[in-house]
Ligand binder design. Structure first.
Ligand code: DGJ
Length: 582
């Protein structure tokens, strides 16, 4: 009797279908006459102004909670972004981008995170130019890539360098942040005209994207602005900002804090509790007379502005939209990092200001990768990383993000610098082959991911009726230098693992015989969602039946057949089945 928990839809997403091939229907599977009818008939009916009865409405990309995971749904199916973000200036030129797209496709990316700037789209007020957008979409489609566009408008890395010059020049209409008595090159989020101008341009862009991509879904999501927040001071000190700061905290904000008290970020809750959970008072009264109140004040004003921009864009074409974060360093005051940026401790403030933004994303370069992932994957916020480190580190971290935190996307920064046949490409290749299974296991909450090194050499977890003890692998007394991977429960007493440099031992968690043995380990791969076993692993490859092993990573001499390790080798995919005995 098959176990319903392990029923897996194995159909691999058809690359051509999701990327605007000539016929959007599954004609390739039909006999020739039906194929012609299936392609030609709908077109003929449409030309005649008739809607064929079987035409499917084209649902834009969107987020959906499916079981334990929030997934990005593209053309009706969950999609994992194996992406990379371009350097800031690359996509300002189609000529410059021409040779980059095929390299990124060869690297195994399915999505390119692509900057688009307000200054190039609206060089003169009200005169929009979407030539670059159309060109980038044509290039992306030719390379079979999806894109996530970055709307670099009022703010980029705290500053306002991407605003059109007609905005930069008019400091009366588009007021600046004031720091230490001087206006700086940061647009103030208090500026109503700035919010209107940014919103209008963004709405025009989204309307255009809806028109040219509403049926093809090359564009998966939009990032609104980039790493916003005040740099150089903890808050805006303009007259308008000072007046608002001396006034009452808006009732909508305190009402939100009250209604969500039990789920608030622990740091925010502690701060509000410390000051008596007040529902009325000035910012300094409610949150204390420190830079923390300044940060919350800025978060509220950036959030109100950007929620409004996002809502205007969504009204024109509704696809997922998010805001990214420059993560604060340990013990650094707001202003050294952009004050008001959606750090975990102020995400609730952003949510209180509106509901248009779908989620908040970390630009995760920090070494405590796992901790930051957890801080963003909480309270309904799904994990997507528009920026991260690439190379061997990114190649390992992607397994943690997608495996452990049900992430739906990963995207190292400066992707055009990455080695086409490098470690990231190797990871993407294996993850891409696993995609339908991994997506299914994410929603069933039946996947764990990990990254191990000598300072963090083991991890334990319970899944599928067993306790799994995962450690750095060893061979002939030599320990692996690092390890990474993910493990999925795929059937009773059965697991599929992928990765390098680790070993797993099992202990029972359910009633039955007390000992666990390895019945079999097979190395294989997935083709169109189907498991293709290649060889039975035993002896040295499973420590004489004592552990489930994935290539020891030792970079030095060859010893008793100990393989040289190369970062560029694909991670192993293995299936293990277990048995119990007395
Ligand atoms: C983070 C920013 O978001 C990116 O646009 C880029 O400026 C990088 N930093 C540079 O490393």
């Amino acid at each position: 009797m098959p176990d319903a928990r392990f029923a897996i839809e194995t159909g691999r997403p058809n690359r051509n279908m999701t990327r605007g091939a000539a016929c959007p229907r599954r004609c390739g599977r039909l006999p020739v006459v039906m194929r012609i009818a299936s392609c030609v008939l709908p077109a003929a009916l449409l030309l005649a102004g008739l809607q064929p009865a079987f035409a499917q409405p084209s649902v834009p990309p969107h987020l959906e909670k499916r079981g334990a995971a929030t997934q990005l749904i593209v053309d009706g199916k969950p999609f994992l972004i194996l992406g990379g973000e371009l350097h800031n200036s690359s996509s300002s030129s189609l000529e410059y981008m021409k040779p980059i797209w095929p390299r990124l496709a060869a690297m195994g990316l399915n999505t390119v995170v692509t900057p688009l700037s307000w200054e190039l789209i609206e060089p003169r007020e009200g005169a929009y130019d979407f030539t670059l957008v159309d060109g980038l979409l044509a290039q992306a489609r030719a390379a079979h890539e999806h894109v996530v566009f970055l709307w670099l408008a009022s703010w980029k890395n705290g500053m306002s360098s991407y605003a059109p010059v007609w905005v930069k020049r008019d400091t009366q209409r588009f007021p600046r942040v004031v720091e230490h008595g001087n206006e700086v090159e940061i647009l103030s989020p208090m500026g109503a005209a700035t919010q209107e101008a940014d919103s209008r341009a963004f709405a025009a862009l989204m309307q255009h994207i809806g028109q040219v991509d509403g049926a093809q879904h090359t564009v998966l999501m939009m990032q609104i602005e980039n790493e916003v927040g005040v740099l150089g001071d903890s808050r805006d000190r303009s007259a308008a900002a000072n007046q608002a700061f001396a006034g009452e905290v808006p009732g909508a904000l305190t009402a939100y804090l009250q209604a969500h008290h039990h789920t608030l970020d622990p740091e925010l809750r502690a701060l509000w509790d410390e000051h008596g959970d007040q529902t009325a008072g000035t910012w300094a009264e409610v949150f204390g007379d420190t830079e923390r109140a300044d940060e919350i004040f800025m978060a509220w004003h950036y959030a109100r502005f950007i929620q409004a921009v996002t809502a205007r864009g969504k009204a024109a074409y509704n696809i997922p939209m998010y805001v990214n974060t420059w993560l604060m360093g340990e013990d650094t005051p707001p202003g050294e990092y952009p004050s008001g940026c959606p750090e975990p401790r102020v995400i609730d403030i952003w949510r209180a200001a509106g509901q248009a933004i779908d989620f908040y994303a970390p630009d995760l370069y920090a070494s405590n990768f796992e901790e930051w992932c957890k801080r963003y994957h909480r309270d309904g916020n799904p994990l997507f990383m528009p920026e991260a480190r690439g190379g061997a580190l990114g190649a390992a971290n992607v397994f943690y993000a997608l495996g452990q935190e049900a992430g739906f996307g990963f995207s190292p920064f400066g992707i055009e610098d990455e080695d086409v046949k490098g470690p990231l490409s190797a990871s993407y290749s294996v993850l891409s082959s696993l995609m339908p299974l991994l997506i299914d296991r994410q929603s069933a909450d039946a996947v764990h991911g990990f990254v191990l090194d000598p300072s963090h050499p083991m991890v334990d977890f319970v899944m599928n009726g067993y306790r799994l003890h995962v450690t750095l692998d060893e061979i002939f007394g030599r320990r692996s230098e690092r390890g990474f991977g993910l493990i999925m429960a795929t059937g009773p007493d059965e697991f599929i693992g992928v990765g390098k440099g680790f070993r797993v031992t099992f202990a029972p968690r359910q009633a039955g015989s007390p000992q666990v043995g390895i019945a079999a380990v097979d190395e294989g791969w997935f083709e169109n969602g189907k498991w293709m076993p290649v060889r039975r692993l035993n002896g040295d490859e499973d420590d004489q039946g004592k552990a489930w092993e994935f290539d020891t990573l030792i970079l030095e001499e060859k010893d008793q057949g100990n393989a040289w390790y190369s970062d560029n080798l694909p991670a192993r995919v293995e299936k293990v089945t277990l048995y119990r005995f007395e």
